[in-house]
Design a protein around this ligand. Structure first.
Ligand code: 5AD
Ligand code: SF4
Length: 478
């Protein structure tokens, strides 16, 4: 029985794609390997968002040359965003790769892997052909390029991949992601996503609901609806338009589901209907990830984000006034083309004023094929990018700590996610998350509470972690 191993980097989209690929491969008769070394098929699910992520994949592929020598019948594949972006370049840079499959073609992956395995087996079993394994057919399955074809053709080439989901493919049995839309049409100038993930396509509400029901039937209690700009969800049929707020109502009504989250939001299009749904639906988590990217109108303009810093501030105020317990998180890019000290300071001011629970800060990385690579020069020196990154992180850390300290002395309900540390005495430190997305750790004798909702007393706080303990048990009677 042939074994496969999937190595995943990148965002939640990739984590979900890997889960679906895992399920597809298992259903095709392959077996998951516990370790990369004993696998016959190795797949890298890749990310293109920054140069660094790609460099790491290419060097990991390079290291697998030896594996290919030992296992000439093995299949080495590259899937995900880098596959769509680099296509044949991958075969040129890593000639021992057999298979390149973009995110819109994953449906064809299981049968293609089987074809390759069969071909390789045939070649190595025919004595006069031994040694030709290296030259056996390469497979390239990618979607159409956005700039070269009509919208409908491109959209059609990014195909939905939705096999029945195997619970053991997930990190755990009680949390799951459900994709509600594919692709992105925002075309922020720095971003490669619209070209590698294709046009926005919203899934039919019934399909989403069926998938949620199936997952809840498998024991899932927390679902995260995902989309690159999830609040752009829009499904039109029979004269009706279904928006994300409607999906939140539909999915919330599923019995057995306890918590509903959604990521990532685009700052434009956070309508009142959406904020009201978050406020009014008890299962919907009050955590909103709304990347600002910058606090400078000049930079936002060059990024083509379609909002001003003032509009973003108004949105933050609107969120806090509508949803009093909201926790907002954001992404920022520092050192974007032409970013001056003054423009960076405007970002600092936005972070200081917005009281984010957390911010993810990235140094700008030029991506060939994007508008910013074409129009602007990547002119902020690396040391300046690093310094701005550090400064912003330190400011955010201080804010995160101040906010977390407000939880000390209060109780917080968490969904226990699993072990974060193992102690020598056999006990464990478990960790879980509040519905506002905060991580809480606490000591327990074992991991039996994993997957359960639990109320904890919070006694200490760090920027990214709250420390809790279970309340003393109360004995009634006698
Ligand atoms: N360079 C640096 N960061 C980027 N991001 C997207 N593209 C780039 C890039 N070229 C960041 C954005 C986005 C997050 C997922 O990654 O902040 O919100
Ligand atoms: Fe990239 Fe902008 Fe789309 Fe987010 S909204 S995926 S940053 S293009």
């Amino acid at each position: 029985m042939q074994k496969f191993y999937i190595e995943t980097v990148g965002c939640q989209m990739n984590v979900l794609d890997s889960e679906l690929v895992y399920s597809g491969l298992v259903q095709s008769g392959l077996v998951p390997a516990t370790d990369r070394r004993n696998a016959d098929i190795i797949l890298f699910n890749t990310c293109s968002i920054r140069q660094h992520a790609e460099d790491k994949i290419y060097s990991a592929l390079g290291r697998l040359k030896h594996w290919k020598v030992l296992k000439p019948y093995g299949v080495l594949g590259v899937i995900g965003c880098m596959a769509q972006k680099d296509q044949n370049i991958i075969f040129q840079r890593a000639p021992h790769v057999d298979l390149v499959v973009g995110p819109g073609q994953l449906e064809l992956l299981p049968e293609t892997v089987h074809q390759l395995l069969d071909e390789k087996l045939q070649r190595t079993s025919e004595p006069n052909l031994v040694g030709r394994g290296e030259e056996s057919g390469k497979k390239l399955l990618v979607s159409l390029k956005r700039r070269e074809h009509r919208h409908a053709e491109v959209a059609g080439s990014f195909r939905l991949f939705d096999p029945v989901r195997n619970p053991e493919a997930r990190l755990n049995r009680f949390q799951a992601m459900v994709r509600i839309m594919f692709g992105c049409d925002k075309f922020c100038t720095y971003c490669i996503v619209p070209s590698v993930r294709g046009p926005e396509q919203s899934r039919p509400p019934q399909e989403i609901l069926d998938e949620v029901r199936r997952l809840v039937g498998q024991g899932v209690v927390e679902i995260t609806l995902i989309g690159q700009a999830v609040n752009s969800y829009c499904y039109k049929a029979g004269g009706k338009t279904v928006l994300l707020s409607d999906i939140l109502y539909l999915v919330s009504a599923v019995e057995g589901l306890r918590r509903l989250c959604f990521v990532t939001n685009y700052p434009r299009g956070m309508g009142e209907d959406l904020l009201w749904a978050v406020r009014d639906l008890p299962k919907v988590a009050g955590h909103l990830h709304v990347p600002a990217q910058s606090g400078s109108d000049g930079v936002l303009g060059r990024m083509k984000r379609n909002y001003s810093a003032t509009e973003y501030r108004e949105l933050v105020n609107r969120i806090y006034s509508t949803i009093p317990n909201a926790s907002i998180t954001s992404d920022f890019i520092v050192g974007f083309c032409g970013e001056t000290d003054g423009e960076f300071l405007q970002t600092v001011e936005l972070v200081e004023g917005s009281r984010f629970r957390n911010s993810f800060i990235f140094k700008y990385s030029e991506r060939p094929g994007t508008k910013s690579a074409e129009l602007y020069s990547d002119d902020v020196p690396e040391p300046v990018k690093k310094m701005r990154n550090r400064v912003l992180l330190a400011i955010q850390d201080k804010i995160s700590l101040e906010q977390n300290r407000q939880f000390i002395g209060k109780t917080a309900e968490i969904l226990v996610e699993g072990i974060s540390r193992q102690f020598e005495n056999g006990g464990v430190q478990l960790s879980g998350r509040t519905s506002c997305g905060r991580i809480v750790v606490f000591d327990a004798p074992d991991d039996r509470l994993t997957g359960q909702f639990l109320k904890l007393n919070i006694y200490d706080a760090a920027p990214f972690t709250l420390f809790g303990r279970q309340p003393e048990p109360v004995f009634h009677g006698k």
